[in-house]
Structures are given as C-alpha cells and as structure tokens.
Design a binder for this molecule. Structure first.
Ligand code: SF4
Length: 199
C-alpha cells in the first residue's frame, strides 16, 4: 500500500483537485494461485453465510464460456463452467443449475460451512485461504474433501432442496429446484482416477 501511495502516477492523481474525489486507493483481496503461493491476504472475515454470487451473477467470459458465478477461482472449477454461448441456450442453461445440489448448498450455507463440516467428519485438509472462493476451489479440487462433500450432499439432499425452495419462494422467484434424481444432479461426480483436474 505504501508503495502504491508513493507511485508518481498516484501522487499526481491525489494532488489534482479534479481527480482526487474520483479516486479511491484500496487493498484488494489476494489469494494464492500458482505463481506466488507466498503472497496472501489472510484478512478476510470468516462468514458462515451462503454465497451471494452464485445464481445471481451469470457470466459470459471473453472466451464465450457460461459461468455460474464471477468468483475469483471460477476459472479453476470445472463445475462452474456450465456451457458455451455458441452452443447453449442461456435461459435453459441458467435454470439447469438449480438441479445441482452442491451449488444449492453453497448458495444456502456457503463454502466455509461445508468445508468445516467435512473437516469435522475427519477429512484432513489444510485451509489454503479463508476466502470463500478459495475454499470453494478446495471443495471441488481436493480429492478427500470432494469425496466427503459428495457423501454429505447425498445425506442432506432433502433438506437442501427444501431450504432452497423456501429461499427461492421468499425471494419471489417462481423457480423451484429440481428434486434429486440421479448421481449427475448432485454436483460432484464420483472422483476419477487421480482426482479432479487438480489445477
Ligand atoms: S464461493 Fe464458489 S460459487 Fe461462490 S462466488 Fe466463489 S467460486 Fe463462485
């Protein structure tokens, strides 16, 4: 932050009367990806609440991919890439998401709740970052967490559908989540050999 404050360009902006009021310097969230795992910002407040991004932010990326959210790790989670603008109907693809029980659960209780529940059941996985999107990536990518969460989703299927239906109706949305029917609607396929993509 001090480096940024001292930068000549920023100095010029904050000393110019017509620009100063339009400029805000703020610390943004940083989380470990690949190149600089040593650079983190751990000052994210832990909140046990549903993700407010999924289902509300339906994204088309510059490459035409349809994404379930605009979370920081969305490009690293295969299950959040739900179609392509050239081949998928926008509305149908959006509505199909409500068949995915894990996404409903993330929407209801949030990734940290789900991760901590898995940990309480004996899954040993070190939290890489408290940011909910990083936790989300761990849930989908860490084979042990993924496998346990899949079991938890199956065990909690009915209450997830019930609570999601209530939440949708309270938000005056006519959509109702589909009832759980087959493995493909639980949001996590059985782990393939060697785990998920591991990106
Ligand atoms: S927590 Fe997961 S679903 Fe929610 S915005 Fe982040 S990456 Fe997307």
């Amino acid at each position: 932050m001090e480096d940024a404050r001292g930068h000549p360009l920023i100095q010029r902006i904050v000393t110019a009367a017509d620009l100063r009021s339009r400029f805000v310097l703020m610390t943004n969230i940083w989380m470990p990806f690949h190149r600089r795992p040593d650079v983190t910002n751990e000052q994210v407040e832990v909140k046990y609440e549903g993700c407010s991004n999924i289902f509300d932010n339906y994204v088309v990326t510059p490459h035409g991919h349809l994404m379930s959210c605009c979370g920081l790790t969305m490009e690293y989670i295969d299950e959040l890439r739900i179609g392509h603008i050239d081949t998928h109907d926008l509305l149908t693809t959006y509505n199909e998401q409500y068949r995915d029980l894990l996404k409903l659960w993330i929407w209801l209780d949030g990734t940290r709740f789900i991760f901590d529940e898995a940990a309480a059941r004996g899954v040993s996985a070190e939290l890489l970052s408290p940011h909910p999107c990083s936790v989300c990536a761990q849930i989908y990518q860490d084979p042990a967490v993924r496998q346990e969460v899949r079991k938890m989703v199956l065990e909690n299927a009915e209450q997830i559908v019930f609570r999601a239906t209530l939440k949708l109706r309270m938000r005056s949305r006519p959509d109702t989540p589909a009832r759980p029917r087959s493995g493909s609607s639980f949001g996590l396929e059985e782990p393939s050999e060697g785990g998920n993509n591991g990106s």
